[in-house]
Write a protein that binds this ligand. Structure first.
Ligand SMILES: [Zn+2]
Ligand SMILES: [Zn+2]
Length: 661
C-alpha cells in the first residue's frame, strides 16, 4: 500500500513569487507539465507558483515533501516566458522568485465569471504616404533583428506600426501583440486612436486597473483571448501564449526603467523577451537613445526612417531667449518677449503651452531675517511650497511625501511668517503670473494647469484638443504624446534645470524632452514656435535644439561617454547602501569598497554620499562600479556581493542604473 503511493508521487520543482533564488521541491499525485500553475504552501502562506523546467531535487527526504494543493485551470506558462524570467534574473541579479512575482500569477487563482470576449478587429487603416508605406513594408519584412522606427514627431510612426499590427493580426488567428507605452497618462489617447482604427479596443494593462479588471485581463492574455495588449512596463511579464510582435513606443523614455524591486529597463528586456519568443520588435522614437543608435551602427538593430512630418505641418521654429540679456520683471519668470508672443498667439485664437517641470508654488521657502531654509526632516531636500498664500500654504517634500502647514514663526529665529520669502518658480506661481497679465473678466483666456499632483481626466485632455482651453500650463506630463491641433506656441520657462548635475544622460534627456515639447506645437495646418528661456543660450544642447540638430547632440554625448568609458561604451552598476545609522552605513560601504575585485578593467568609485544623502530617514552612500565591456559584470558583482550582510544596512544593486539621486 505504502509502496503504491510512492509510485504515484511525482517530484516537482516549483518556483514561487517571493524573494528567493530558485525553485523548491514539492510532490504531486500526477505528473505536471513545466509551466503549470499550482497552489502551494510556502512559509505558511498559500501562493500560486509555477512548475519550473529543471530536474527535481531527489535529495529532499520523502517525509519532508509537501504536496501541491491544487492545479490551476489556466494554460501553463510558455517556455519562452520562463527562459525570459531566468534571463532577467541573471541580468539584474534579482532573486528568480522576485522576477516571477512580476508575472502576477495570483491573478490566475480565481477564474473570472465573465471573461473577456474576443475582440473582432476590423481595421480601417489610414492611407500611408509613399514614405510611410515604404517604412511599413520594411518593418513587415524584418523578423529577426529589432527595428528602430526613427521619425520626427508628427511623421506618422503610429500609423506605420498600426499597419504592421494589422498584418500580424491577420497572419495568425492566435497572434498576440504587445505595445509598451512609457506612461499611463498616454494610454487614453492611444487607446482611442487604436479603437477607431481597429474597430475594437485593445486590452489594457497598468497599475490603475481594479483588481477585478486585472484578473480578467491577465486571464484573457493567458488564454489567448486578448490579442493586442497595451500597457506600461509590467505588461512585459504577462503570460502571452503566442507573442508575435512587441512595439516599444518612445523607446528613449527614462520611465521605462523600473526603480523599485527588480531594477530592469523595459526597453532592453522587451528586446530580450522578443528574442526568446521569436517575436518581432519595433522601437519607436523621434529622439532615439544613444544605446539604440549604437546598436543600429553595430548592425544589431535595423533602422527604418521616416524623415518628414506627415501632411502639411512644418517643424516648429525654435527661439532661444537669453534670460541674462532679457530678464523677466522682478519677482516674475516670463521674459517680455515670451509674454508678447503669448498675447499675439491668443489674439489669433490659437493655444499657448507653458512648460515648467516643477510642481507647487516655489521650490524653496526661506526666512529673510535669519536665512533659515525649510528642509525636510527625513531627507536632504528642500520642502516645496504649495499654495501662494503663506497662511494656507503647505510645505511638501517631493521625495518622501511629508507635508505640513507653513509654521507661524521661523523655527530658527522666531520671526513672523510674513518674513518668509518664496524662492524660484513652480507651476502654481507661473500660473499666477499669467493670470495677472489679464483682466479678471469674461475676456480673460481660459487656463488650465496640469501636473502629476492631480490625475488628469481624459475629458480634460479632450477639452484641450477641442480648443476649449487657451493656455495650458504644466509639468512633464504634458510633454508626451498628446496632440493639440490648435497649439502653436510652446514656452519653456526654465530650460536650464535639466543641464548640469550628476545625471549621466542629462544632455540627451534635456534634448529629448525639449524636442518632444516642440513636437506639441503646430501639428495641424498652422506651424508653431517654441521659445526656450535659458541663461545658457550658447550651450551645445540649446544650439542643437535651435537647429533641430539631433546628430550634433548625439555626437557630443558620444564623445563624453566614450572618453569616460560610460555606458553604452563601458558597463556600470550602482551599489546603494542605506540605513538609519549614518556611521554604520558608511563603514559597510567602506568595507565593500576594500573588498572590491582587483582587476585593471574594473574601477570602483566611492563610497560617496548619494546626491540625496538622506531619504525617508535613511542615510545613503553609493559605490559606482565601472567595468570594461570584456568583463562579465554580473558574475563579478555576485562573486563580490553574495553573502555580504551588514546589520541595519540595506544593499540595493542596480545594473545599468539610470537614476543617480
Ligand atoms: Zn528666521
Ligand atoms: Zn522628505
Amino acid at each position: 500500500m505504502n509502496h503504491a503511493i510512492k509510485q504515484a508521487t511525482t517530484r516537482l520543482q516549483v518556483l514561487v513569487p517571493a524573494a528567493i533564488d530558485g525553485p523548491f521541491t514539492y510532490a504531486s499525485q500526477v505528473p505536471l507539465a513545466a509551466g503549470s500553475l499550482v497552489g502551494v504552501n510556502f512559509a505558511n502562506r498559500h501562493l500560486v507558483g509555477a512548475v519550473w523546467p529543471v530536474a527535481a531535487d531527489m535529495a529532499v527526504p520523502e517525509a519532508k515533501l509537501k504536496y501541491v494543493s491544487n492545479v490551476l485551470d489556466v494554460p501553463p506558462l510558455p517556455r519562452e516566458l520562463m527562459q525570459f524570467i531566468d534571463a532577467v534574473a541573471s541580468f539584474t541579479l534579482a532573486p528568480l522568485g522576485a522576477v516571477l512575482q512580476l508575472c502576477g500569477l495570483a491573478h490566475a487563482a480565481k477564474l473570472v465569471k465573465r471573461p473577456l470576449t474576443a475582440p473582432d478587429y476590423q481595421p480601417t487603416l489610414p492611407t500611408l504616404s509613399p514614405e510611410q508605406a515604404k517604412a511599413a513594408t520594411a518593418l513587415a519584412a524584418q523578423k529577426t533583428k529589432p527595428i528602430l522606427l526613427d521619425g520626427v514627431t508628427g511623421s506618422g510612426k503610429t500609423e506605420v506600426y498600426f499597419h504592421v499590427i494589422a498584418d500580424a493580426l491577420a497572419a495568425a488567428l492566435d497572434a498576440q501583440i504587445l505595445v509598451l507605452l512609457p506612461e499611463i497618462s498616454l494610454t487614453h489617447q492611444w487607446i482611442e486612436r487604436f479603437t477607431k482604427t481597429f474597430g475594437g479596443a485593445p486590452t489594457v494593462w497598468h497599475s490603475h486597473l481594479t483588481p477585478a479588471q486585472r484578473r480578467k485581463h491577465w486571464q484573457a492574455t493567458a488564454n489567448g483571448t486578448a490579442r493586442v495588449i497595451v500597457g506600461a512596463r509590467s505588461a512585459l511579464f504577462l503570460p502571452f501564449q503566442n507573442l508575435q510582435l512587441i512595439v516599444v513606443d518612445e523607446e528613449h523614455d527614462p520611465s521605462f526603467k523600473q526603480e523599485d524591486g527588480v531594477l530592469y529597463h523595459a526597453r532592453d528586456m522587451a528586446v530580450m523577451r522578443a528574442r526568446f519568443a521569436q517575436a518581432a520588435v519595433i522601437l519607436s522614437s523621434a529622439t532615439p537613445s544613444l544605446e539604440t543608435l549604437l546598436n543600429v551602427e553595430s548592425g544589431k538593430y535595423i533602422r527604418v526612417e521616416l524623415p518628414q512630418r506627415f501632411g502639411v505641418a512644418e517643424m516648429p521654429t525654435v527661439t532661444l531667449i537669453d534670460l541674462l540679456n532679457e530678464p523677466p520683471e522682478r519677482g516674475e519668470f516670463l521674459s517680455p518677449t515670451a509674454k508678447q508672443a503669448m498675447l499675439q498667439t491668443l489674439a489669433r485664437g490659437e493655444q499657448v503651452l507653458l512648460f515648467l517641470n516643477r510642481r507647487g508654488y516655489a521650490p524653496l521657502l526661506l526666512c529673510r531675517t535669519c536665512g533659515h531654509r525649510f528642509q525636510c526632516d527625513n531627507c536632504s531636500a528642500w520642502m516645496v511650497m504649495h499654495g501662494k498664500n503663506i497662511a494656507h500654504a503647505t510645505l511638501q517634500c517631493h521625495h518622501c511625501g511629508t507635508r505640513k502647514k507653513v509654521p507661524d514663526k521661523c523655527p530658527s529665529c522666531e520671526a513672523e511668517a510674513e518674513m518668509f520669502a518664496a524662492c524660484g518658480p513652480g507651476i502654481e506661481r507661473v500660473t499666477e503670473e499669467v493670470r495677472n497679465m489679464f483682466a479678471l473678466d469674461e475676456t480673460a483666456p481660459r487656463l488650465v494647469m496640469l501636473s502629476s499632483d492631480e490625475a488628469v481626466a481624459p475629458e480634460q485632455w479632450s477639452a484641450i484638443e477641442r480648443g476649449e482651453v487657451d493656455i495650458i500650463i504644466g509639468t512633464q506630463i504634458i510633454a508626451k504624446g498628446h496632440h493639440f491641433p490648435r497649439l502653436t506656441l510652446v514656452i519653456v520657462v526654465d530650460a536650464d534645470m535639466g543641464l548640469g548635475g550628476a545625471d549621466l544622460r542629462a544632455g540627451e534627456r534635456t534634448f529629448q524632452l525639449l524636442h518632444q515639447l516642440g513636437g506639441r506645437a503646430g501639428r495641424a495646418e498652422i506651424s508653431g514656435t517654441v521659445m526656450i528661456q535659458t541663461s545658457q543660450p550658447q550651450h551645445p544642447i540649446m544650439q542643437a535644439l535651435k537647429r533641430h540638430d539631433r546628430n550634433a547632440v548625439m555626437k557630443l554625448e558620444r564623445q563624453l561617454r566614450q572618453q569616460g568609458n560610460w555606458p553604452p561604451y563601458g558597463q556600470l552598476a550602482s551599489i546603494l547602501l542605506d540605513g538609519v545609522n549614518e556611521q554604520n552605513v558608511l563603514r559597510a560601504a567602506q568595507q565593500l569598497a576594500r573588498e572590491a575585485p582587483h582587476d585593471p578593467r574594473i574601477t570602483v568609485l566611492g563610497p560617496a554620499p548619494a546626491p540625496l544623502s538622506k531619504l525617508r530617514g535613511q542615510f545613503r552612500f553609493r559605490l559606482l562600479v565601472k567595468a570594461d565591456k570584456t568583463i562579465h559584470l554580473q558574475r563579478t558583482l555576485s562573486g563580490w556581493l553574495t553573502g555580504k550582510k551588514f546589520t541595519g544596512v540595506r544593499i540595493k544593486l542596480d545594473v545599468n542604473p539610470y537614476y543617480f539621486l
